[in-house]
Ligand binder design. Structure first.
Ligand code: CP
Length: 304
């Protein structure tokens, strides 16, 4: 990787991605390795999280490191007015690595510019979620047996969904075809469509979530409509349940189709889908542990 911090999936070459996925596979074979003995990692979560924080902390624990940090910034001195800069500089006095989630786009990049220890972006506003992308790529490779030439349908909140923004970039090395299914209010932002144009990536936009599209799909990537990013809550109410995947909608889908979702889900996947062999979102979250172990070793320069 160009930098020892991971703030954006854009900084990873195809070779970086394939190496990290290969290492994730080694961690899936054996997640308990004493590679972080004597190291302290800080997890700074200025926004709520279940999977990302707990899988990072599990990764650090299973690698023999120690964890400090917070999951609620209101209990820290940032509630007294301490700046992000000072918080990062203070934590850099104590830890060898910072994993951070923040509501401001660019916060992780900013942090990486003011400290000498590696920063891993665990989500910055609607911008990027690179460790999620790595576990998504791992899940795609594992379920499809390849990353190349796949049709990926992204459904839901494509405007604010940082996971879909990162995934477009991560998949750009592997000749994907995208279907973007979103209501007008939540369409994929122009910058990501321009990115596809620049990289000769085929994409199609839809407002209807049709079985015609599902039946062409290899990876059906569902997303939650993100209430916390709306400034107009009436608009959220209008679009919040716009697409709901039900089991019967998968009846004529390809055998290899898998349903992914970064989670948490609210209403966008009906519970009857959980019983389908095509539902993969719970295993996807499990893969987060192995992908994050590989990322931590990558940024710390630890050979596996
Ligand atoms: N996928 C994801 O980022 O989940 P959390 O918000 O629970 O960390």
């Amino acid at each position: 990787m160009k930098s020892k911090s991971l703030v954006s999936i854009d900084q990873c070459t195809k070779e970086d991605i394939l190496r990290i996925l290969d290492n994730a596979r080694k961690f899936e074979d054996n997640p308990n390795r004493n590679l972080l003995e004597g190291k302290v990692a800080a997890t700074l979560f200025f926004e709520p999280s279940t999977r990302t924080r707990l899988s990072f902390e599990t990764a650090i624990n299973r690698l023999g490191g120690k964890v400090i940090g917070f999951q609620d910034a209101s209990t820290t001195s940032s509630s007294k007015g301490e700046t992000l800069k000072d918080t990062i500089l203070m934590v850099s006095n104590y830890a060898d690595l910072i994993v951070m989630r923040h509501h401001l786009e660019g916060a992780a990049k900013y942090a990486s510019e003011i400290t000498d220890i590696p920063i891993i972006n665990a989500g910055d506003g609607a911008n990027q979620h690179p460790s999620q992308t790595m576990l998504d790529l791992y899940s795609i490779q594992k379920t499809q047996g390849k990353l190349t030439d796949l049709t990926i349908t992204m459904v839901g909140d494509l405007k604010y969904g940082r996971t879909v923004h990162s995934l477009i970039s991560g998949m750009s090395h592997f000749n994907p075809t995208f279907h973007f299914v979103a209501p007008d209010e939540l369409r994929m932002p122009d910058e990501y469509k321009l990115f596809c144009d620049k990289h000769n990536i085929k994409y199609y936009e839809h407002t209807a979530f049709s079985e015609e599209v599902i039946n062409e799909t290899d990876i059906l990537y569902m997303t939650r409509v993100q209430r916390e990013r709306f400034t107009d809550l009436e608009e959220y109410q209008r679009v919040k349940n716009v697409y709901i995947l039900k089991s019967q909608m998968l009846e004529n889908s390809k055998d290899n189709l898998r349903v992914l979702h970064p989670l948490p889900r609210v209403n966008e996947i009906a519970y009857d889908v959980d019983d389908s062999p095509k539902a993969y979102y719970i295993q996807q979250a499990r893969n987060g542990l192995f992908a994050r172990q590989a990322i931590i070793c990558e940024v710390l320069g630890i050979t596996i």
